[in-house]
Design a protein around this ligand. Sequence first.
Ligand code: MG
Length: 203
Amino acid sequence: MKIICIGRNYVDHIHELNNQTPDEPVIFSKPDTALLQGGEPFYYPDFSQDIHHEVEIVVKISKMGKNIEEKFAHKYYDQIGVGIDFTARDIQSKLKAKGLPWELSKAFNGSAPVSNFVPKSEFANVQNINFKLEVNQQLTQQGNTSLMLFSIDQIIAFTSRYFTLKTGDLIFTGTPKGVGAVKIGDRLTAYIEDQKLLEFDVK
Ligand code: MG
């Protein structure tokens, strides 16, 4: 499986990092070795001093497809979860300054903790879902999928022009504002609406 991520998909987060608003989705990916599931701890890596949390809605692909039309994209995913797009912000800043790819800052081991998934049918409108992150029981990030620049269906249509999407692939759909550093000893808890779906420790 592969993990595809969307950058700069919420305007309030674009502004907090002083980035430009994109005219098409900003795409990067993480390998399967980035995945953390079942509340496994995240081990703080020795190559960064500034690992940031980015809480994001995650979509699980349920059917293989390529060149998927936006109007049919809803048929290609049936489960929604929440995850953390861990980012080594110190490394990313250096790479961005040089115009280099982001992989070292985004795709390292354990950089993609993901919750259990819930059926899409639980939601009346996938583009109106509240989600949030608590760090040590303090509300740290919250968002609503209505604020995405590019909707889930638009993201599926766009990415499937370049990458065949396969059953089990995950798409991280971007983070709202409030990103910040984590430290060893932190406990991260992520929710969709009021449902606690993901909880793990930074070690
Ligand atoms: Mg992100």
